[in-house]
Design a protein around this ligand. Structure first.
Ligand code: C2O
Length: 351
């Protein structure tokens, strides 16, 4: 077997759920991709990603300035917010095919690529923002939905005057609505009759966290997802976290049909990255990967070469095309950042 990889020279239209197509490819690179190099960073200079519900005004000012600048870049700039959002659409809706296998989509969901792909994606999103405000220490916030204090949409995303706002969200889930980590849609979902008390909902969410991080995550494939190699069909199998809460929080945040055609923005691949809350949601998902590895010596990344040698392409903060390997995405400290520590109350919530 061999590692899979996207053919970056052949990005094409993405196919949406309704069968329509959308062109989400980045601008054509003007030069060859450079290999990503891990930064040289002293442990004292690690960027800290704060919990979104705890950030102060000074931080908000910084992030709003950075995001406003990113939104003001021309669409032709691969660092613009429009292009950053399109990264998700191109990588998740069949914009790329596997190298040498034009009949096979390259897909970053539903396999062991889920965590490393999104980690690399956020890495460059964060570096671009830091560059725009000339602050290499800038860290994006994480949505702390595994903690009772973070189980609502963080208020910073709900200010219509801020660049973090997105009007296309489920309007019945705005703060102070407590989120449901088992959410599966307004009709199918057994718990969402709005009659569960906040305390019961929070207790349920904590047991879900325990289940997805511990009981359902006893082997690397159970948490990280199934192997996905060159020649494989997309979607060999998601890990516990990808399905829930990752997927359920997407669905809970997006605005379901009939209000929207396909659960935009957060509830569907092609548009999820258009909502600034996406990057806070994924920072939290990324954080759970590090936490999982800290819970037991058995919780380890794959040593499989096909995993380590898979690569993705991104544009960096200087608008240069970079090729980044999974093997460089395994340790956040080596990449230059950590998460603001927070207690993990779900560790005591075995169902
Ligand atoms: Cu690429 Cu949250 O999905």
């Amino acid at each position: 077997a061999a590692p899979t990889a996207p053919d970056v020279s052949q990005c094409g239209p993405s196919i949406l759920d309704n069968g329509k197509t959308l062109y989400c490819c980045p601008p054509k690179p003007s030069s060859q991709a450079m290999d990503f190099k891990l930064p040289k960073i002293s442990p004292y200079d690690l960027r800290i990603r704060p919990a979104a519900h705890l950030v102060d005004d000074k931080y908000l000012e910084k992030y709003s300035k950075a995001l406003a600048l990113m939104k003001a870049l021309p669409n032709s700039d691969p660092r613009s917010f429009k292009q950053q959002a399109n990264v998700h659409c191109a990588y998740c809706n069949g914009g790329y095919h596997q190298v040498g296998l034009p009949d096979l989509d390259f897909q970053v969901h539903g396999s062991w690529l889920f965590f490393p792909f999104h980690r690399a994606y956020l890495y460059f999103y964060e570096k671009i923002l830091g560059k725009l405000i000339d602050d290499p220490n800038f860290g994006i916030p994480y949505w702390n939905w595994d903690h009772p204090d973070g189980m609502v949409m963080p208020s910073m995303f709900n200010d219509p005057k801020s660049p973090f706002f997105d009007p296309i969200r489920d309007q019945t889930h705005l703060p102070p609505k407590v989120m449901d980590l088992t959410y599966d849609g307004p009709l199918v979902q057994p718990y969402n009759n709005n009659n569960m008390s906040n305390n019961d909902q929070i207790a349920l969410n904590l047991t879900i966290m325990y289940r997805q991080m511990v009981s359902n995550a006893k082997k690397p494939t159970m948490f990280l997802g199934e192997p996905y190699r060159a020649g494989d069909q997309p979607n060999p199998g998601s890990g516990s976290m990808e399905t829930q809460p990752h997927g359920t929080v997407h669905t809970w945040t997006g605005n379901p049909p009939p209000n929207t055609p396909s659960w935009e923005d957060m509830g569907v691949f092609y548009s999820a990255g258009r909502d600034p809350i996406f990057y806070a949601h994924h920072a939290q998902v990324d954080r759970t990967w590090s936490i999982w590895k800290s819970l037991s010596p058995k919780n380890k990344d794959f040593k499989d070469k096909d995993f380590l040698n898979t690569y993705f392409y991104f544009y960096d903060e200087n608008a240069k095309l970079v090729k980044i390997y999974v093997r460089d995405c395994l340790d956040t400290k080596k990449m230059g950042y950590i998460y603001q520590p927070m207690d993990l109350p779900w560790l005591k919530s075995r169902p």
